[in-house]
Design a protein. Sequence first.
Length: 402
Amino acid sequence: MNCENTLDQITTVKFGHRRIPPRACIIENKPHVRSFLAEILDDLGFITRECAGPDFQEVLGDFGPDLVVVGPLNGEADVRVLLLWLRAQSFAGRVMLFGGRSAPALIRSHEMGEQAGLTMLPPLGTPFRDADMHDKLAGYLPIPPAPSVPVDLDEALAGDWLEVWYQPKIAPRSLVPQGAEALVRVRHPTWGLIVPAYFVPAANDPYFHTLSHFVLARVAADSFAFTAGGHPVDISFNLPWPALEDATFITELVGKLPGDVRQARLAIEVDCADIVGDLGQVRHVAAQLAFRNIGLVIDDIGAEGAALAGRRELPVVEMKVSRKFVQGCADDRIKQAVCHEIAETAREVGARSVANGVEAQDDFMVVRDLGFDLVQGGMFAKPMQRQKFQRAMLSRRYAAAS
């Protein structure tokens, strides 16, 4: 493919305050490094493309990126060729080089890019963390407004925009991930990542069943992949209680899964406020799910959790305290009392207790001392894509076992 005059024919929109997410091309010979950088940039809202050094002309010309991230390739000469090619094409985006911290070749290549008239971002020294990349790009990240109308779920399914992300649940003493909550996202081609409030339909909407089937199938497949990789993990995901009260829905939901779904370690989360007044129906639904080897989790437990105390027959595998009672509990005895009561109830019924929404060190120390089995929140990890979640969990478990 002749790309000699491709980039100067493309109007590269500078990223910033706009609706269209920016594009980043990662040019590096090592596939695992490309994948790592792609995950970071995906989390920052970029649409990414990867390529090895020899393929850069075709990929850059076809993709039209706002940002080009360049590794050491096969040496300083290869980086120089790429930078000169970008100058020849009047590339209007930004360029970031990465390599050994303070390496002379990295410094010389960066200076050469500036002399060539390219817009060079500060180079990224290796090794680096996610936060280092964010700091380099913070001033250029897009701030897209939320969509003014809900996303059409039918269009999202047809366009393959749906993704399942995972937020780890951490053992508070070993700090090792022991489970995860699955969260569905839409990666819209214009607005980027969109949270469920803009696309999850009501339980009585025909598309709700379709979305539920998609999520359960994806979660089950990921669970099998984690187990095959030597890393079995309990995964939960949210469904509204009215849907679970429909026995036909449960039968259809599980019936479309492969026959070995019983080997997956899955659980369904339901809001406490929806079930606390009808615990008899909870036992009925939990028995139906248990027959299919799927557990039940009571989520978002608050002050109404007192109604669950003493219910030794409560058939659930996890009880999650609402984040509003976890956040600030270090300075609030009432919140501590609610957390303590829920942790005790979980122990009585043989369920794991989960403190959700842990964001501060002081709150973490309190829920740890109260004896919670698991903690979940931004202090430890935000929701992340499957590949990043798997890598992070594997690395932590390996480190803990060493």
